[in-house]
Design a protein around this ligand. Structure first.
Ligand SMILES: [Zn+2]
Length: 416
């Protein structure tokens, strides 16, 4: 990223790689702390104090760092060190669509939430109506938070469907077929916000990208399984992978049982998403009326949150709930096996509904995965359950993408 942008930025003298890396590191350390002294930065980075002082001066000139007074002296009678803090007026707008709601969040460059909005929309409405709702609320949230356009650095829009992020086109959104094909959302936003960085991306890949903010997930080969209304995955090999037709990660349509009777919206049979759908779970519960009549699941068959209740009842020992959870665990183990033989990730992260799976599911899944004999347990991918709400992950994913672009820009590390 840094290298490409170096080529792109004209009229800027090329920073030496070392200066770029040193200054980037210094700014990173200042960003991570509430306030910090030159000495502390020097100790943490082994960069000389004069170099740090020069860098801080340059960051102050650029409006990225401010002096925030003096700290306590380290030895008796010693000089009190000057303290510095990251300060930047630029903000990021993250937008995320799911379940007929649009969520808007303004974040600072330090990932602090400045303002949020949530508005309903309907998939059945026209694309023009959706555009109207989107744009009026974007203007509204900027106005409410008193952000001027110059200070809006970028906009991240996370949406379902087949999204070609390079050109920002939504090829097709199965939930809103009326919208038609090849929606040029990025080009439309760029016309309205010509100075801003615009990212239009699939919501599963946006949520997956949020993991890159954490040290334990960085520089790893990972698959993040997104379990919301549907099931899909984000494949990451240091960067988020998409593929020629943005198909990488469409694990909901992985064939698990071709002899299955139900035909999926993709035209195939036995797709993973259908094998574990809520209606399939209900069918399994209703298969044996005698069993259901003596099961604690009886009270939940009408519930909107049936998966959560199923996990809870299985954990409490209900036999029918345990049967269905074992079935789900088996389906997940087949899906994970297919991911392993195609992608072989080090880490798999479960996000969304299945992140709240109970202990019974986790144990059953562990057992079912052992059946895949060709990879020994100790080298199988590590499975994590990420219980943060999907909405939170969308915000973090949008922040990760835009803040990375902002802080990778070599102009930040050059003299004015
Ligand atoms: Zn399918």
């Amino acid at each position: 990223m840094a290298k490409n942008e170096k080529k792109d930025s004209k009229n800027v003298s090329m920073p030496s790689d070392l200066k770029y890396l040193n200054r980037k590191r210094i700014l990173q350390i200042i960003r991570n702390e509430d306030f910090i002294s030159v000495n502390d930065i020097s100790e943490a980075t082994k960069i000389s104090r004069p170099t740090i002082k020069k860098a801080i001066q340059s960051f102050e000139d650029k409006g990225l760092v401010i002096s925030v007074g003096k700290g306590a002296s380290t030895n008796a009678g010693g000089k009190r060190p000057g303290l510095y803090s990251f300060y930047c007026e630029k903000v990021i707008l993250c937008i995320y669509l799911e379940n007929e709601r649009i969520y808007f969040t303004i974040l600072s460059m330090k990932n602090e939430c400045i303002r949020e909005r949530e508005v309903p929309f309907r998939y059945g409405d026209t694309f023009e109506k959706f555009q109207d709702i989107l744009i009026s609320n974007m203007y509204l949230i900027l106005k409410e938070s008193e952000i001027c356009y110059e200070n809006l650095y970028g906009i991240s829009l996370a949406i379902g469907g087949f999204v070609e992020r390079n050109i920002g086109i939504v090829r097709f959104y199965s939930k809103a077929p009326e919208w038609g094909r090849n929606l040029p959302i990025k080009a439309w936003l760029k016309e309205l916000f010509p100075k801003q960085v615009i990212v239009v991306e699939n919501l599963v890949r946006t949520a997956g990208r949020s993991l890159l903010l954490e040290e334990k997930y960085r520089n790893k080969r990972m698959a993040a399984i997104y379990t919301g209304a549907g099931i899909s995955a984000c494949y990451i090999d240091r960067e988020v992978l998409t593929g020629r037709n943005a198909l990488i990660g469409e694990i909901g349509h992985m064939t698990i049982d071709y002899s299955d009777e139900e035909v999926c919206s993709c035209g195939s049979r036995g797709c993973f998403e259908q094998m574990v759908s809520e209606s399939r779970i209900l069918n399994k519960l209703n298969e044996n009326t005698n069993k259901l009549s003596c099961s604690t699941m009886k009270q939940w068959v009408e519930s909107e949150d049936i998966i959560r209740h199923l996990f809870e009842e299985a954990d409490k020992g209900d036999e029918l709930a345990k049967d269905v959870v074992s079935y789900l665990a088996e389906m997940f183990s087949l899906m994970l096996k297919n991911i392993a033989i195609n992608f072989d990730p080090e880490i798999i992260v479960m996000q969304g509904k299945y992140a709240y799976a109970g202990e019974y599911f986790k144990t059953e899944l562990k057992e079912a995965r052992k059946k895949a004999k060709f990879f020994p347990e100790e080298t199988a991918s590590k499975l994590y359950y990420d219980m943060r709400p999907l909405r939170e992950l969308q915000k973090l994913g949008g922040y990760q993408e835009l803040s990375k672009r902002f802080f990778d820009n070599p102009e930040l590390y050059e003299e004015m």
